[in-house]
Design a protein around this ligand. Structure first.
Ligand SMILES: Cc1cc2nc3c(=O)[nH]c(=O)nc-3n(C[C@H](O)[C@H](O)[C@H](O)COP(=O)(O)OP(=O)(O)OC[C@H]3O[C@@H](n4cnc5c(N)ncnc54)[C@H](O)[C@@H]3O)c2cc1C
Length: 553
């Protein structure tokens, strides 16, 4: 057994979806870090299949957007069926906002459509975000996505240490100390400024820090069998990829990863592994097709997972941050995108450590709202019924929002958003086009021209702050402010929205609403921090004040 010591800026614990996303973003910014992951590769169970528009936007800025294969069939459709070969019922919707109505049969018929010919594809109105974003949501199995993120992180020089388990950690006012052990018993002690815990829903880091959680709590334990069965591929003819199966004495959920792999899941509080034969029998019952036999089924793996709704009460404790499932047992919102630029600015000495504090304020707010939205949904009613959880009473959380609003239309409310316009009374969520460039909202996507190519405003955001204006004079002011702050050009740049860049200036004015002489300041993660509708007589000092406050200079 050997012991090695190393020193770095950030230690990331956990190298699954969220840890790898963090690694890719940290590496792109050149932040020194080490990632440790106890497994040597991705989990054999693919788990997630759907990745949202906002996630794709982040992947685009990290330069991996094109490497992630396009989904076949768009939004995953879910249908209630007797069995795969039995009668098909109503389509189940993910939410009741937007244009989708709860329980409405989108086939437009009261008759059970029957598999698979009559199940027509409904329009993906609420799901498609084409006008809002340069990206589309994608369906890709998590175990196919993770290698893409890993490769991208490594290309940018990331130090990913797979097969290493964190066994202990501590922190003091100077930094954190982490001890890891590899599969041969060799120990490494890592000293870093910050620890980013992406160690999953059962986060040992969260436990060790005694960070409590709130929310609906643990709902069910499910057994999940991953398998292949060629004869059932025909049932995917209409892009229905999720089947809620119910018949006398049988209830299960069947999902296809659209790559010949399927998973059958059902409630099983015992958590005990079942025999391969028992698993196959259960799969046959879900399929309900006499032509399919046990020999057609190949079991890949099985596992047990817990369905729960828990949000950590804080995402930061001193020098330790929680992200992904460690912070909230809900779909992994892009927390790390909100955090990584902050770590970058603090570690380079461009901002005070207080810049890190709004990470919890902003992302906890989003996680809490997402938690409540999930459990208000029609398809979760059965789960909620037996719990003590009740819908929140405040109007903004009790209302049900659509996918696009939740993904692209949330407004951050935090100490870092400069509220010069009195935002009281503004909603925290609405459709992207209903926002008019208010501070705290996602800076909107508009197509621009650059060197004869079409690029999105989003492609300009990061790695530093970006000031947008139609007035060229802001460029000179920004230059003076930048020098005054002692920042490099990449830390603060000007995007001149002139007629060459944006032939239709109206679209910029409508989305950012800063007039022809005003400006809008966008953070490295693409959120508007501040705007003004006109130039004042002392713009340079105004800009410096704003960046001192919002950038914690
Ligand atoms: C069946 C199923 C289907 C799902 N479908 C979807 C979906 O369609 N869309 C969606 O958004 N989400 C989905 N999810 C949820 C999604 O898979 C998780 O939210 C996601 O994996 C969370 O990523 P994470 O990196 O935060 O945590 P995890 O994926 O849990 O990863 C944590 C990592 O930390 C490592 N680790 C833990 N402790 C240590 C330690 N001490 N030292 C070193 N390494 C450590 C673990 O080995 C693990 O790799 C699904 C989940 C399941 C179970």
């Amino acid at each position: 057994m050997t012991t090695t010591n190393l020193n770095t800026g950030v230690v990331v614990v956990g190298g699954s979806l969220v840890g790898l996303s963090a690694a890719m973003l940290l590496a792109a910014k050149g932040v020194p870090f080490v990632l440790i992951e106890k497994h040597v590769s991705s989990s054999p169970h693919p788990r997630a299949i759907g990745f949202t528009t906002r996630t794709q936007e982040i992947f685009r800025t990290a330069g991996v957007g094109d490497r992630i294969p396009h989904s076949k069939g768009g939004r995953p459709r879910r249908i209630e069926v007797e069995s795969l070969a039995g009668s098909w019922g109503q389509e189940k919707f993910w939410h009741t906002g937007g244009n989708d109505k709860p329980g409405q049969d989108k086939t437009g018929s009261d008759k059970k459509p029957g598999p698979p010919e009559q199940a027509k594809r409904p329009q993906d109105s609420a799901f498609s975000a084409t006008n809002y974003s340069p990206c589309e949501p994608k369906a890709i199995a998590q175990d196919h996505l993770e290698p893409v993120l890993r490769e991208r992180a490594r290309e940018s020089g990331a130090d990913l240490r797979l097969g290493q388990t964190m066994t202990s950690f501590s922190q003091d006012s100077d930094g954190v100390n982490v001890t890891t052990v590899d599969q041969h018993g060799n120990e490494t002690t890592i000293t870093a400024k910050y620890l980013l815990a992406c160690d999953g829903a059962r986060s040992s880091v969260r436990e060790a820090l005694n960070i409590s959680t709130s929310g609906i709590g643990t709902l069910r334990t499910l057994r999940s069998i991953l398998f292949r069965c060629a004869p059932i591929e025909k049932y995917m003819a209409h892009d229905v990829s999720q089947f809620s199966i119910k018949h006398e004495g049988f209830e299960a959920f069947l999902v296809t990863y659209r790559d010949q792999r399927w998973a059958l899941m059902w409630n099983d509080e015992s958590g005990a592994t079942i025999s391969e034969d028992a698993a196959k029998e259960r799969i046959l019952e879900a399929i309900g097709d006499r032509d399919v036999t046990l020999k057609d089924i190949e079991i890949i793996t099985q596992g047990s997972w817990t369905l729960s709704g828990k949000v950590a009460d804080t995402f930061q404790s001193g020098r330790v941050f929680l992200a992904g499932d460690a912070a909230h047992a809900l779909p992994p919102n892009p927390d790390v995108h909100n955090l990584v630029w902050r770590l970058d600015y603090v570690l380079r000495g461009l901002s005070e450590a207080s810049l890190l504090e709004a990470y919890t304020t902003e992302r906890h707010g989003v996680a809490k709202l997402r938690h409540d939205q999930i459990f208000l949904r029609e398809d979760y009613k059965d789960y909620v019924r037996d719990t003590k959880w009740r819908a929140p009473e405040d109007a903004s959380s009790a209302q049900i929002y659509g996918d696009v609003e939740m993904e692209l239309g949330q407004r951050y409310v935090s100490q870092d958003i400069i509220d010069t316009e009195d935002s009281r009374g503004l909603p925290v969520v609405q459709l992207p086009e209903e926002w008019k460039g208010q501070p705290g909202t996602r800076a909107q996507h508009i197509w621009l021209q650059q060197d004869g190519k079409k690029v999105s405003t989003l492609d300009h955001f990061g790695p530093g702050w970006t000031l947008l204006s139609e007035s060229e004079q802001w460029g000179n002011d920004l230059e003076k402010a930048r020098k005054g702050l002692g920042w490099d050009q990449k830390d603060l740049k000007f995007l001149h929205m002139d007629a060459k860049t944006i032939p239709n200036g109206e679209s910029f004015r409508a989305a950012y609403d800063c007039g022809t002489t005003g400006a809008s300041l966008v953070r490295p993660d693409g959120f508007i921090t501040w705007r003004t509708r006109e130039r004042s007589s002392n713009t340079v000092s105004e800009l410096m004040q704003v960046l001192h406050k919002a950038g914690h200079r």
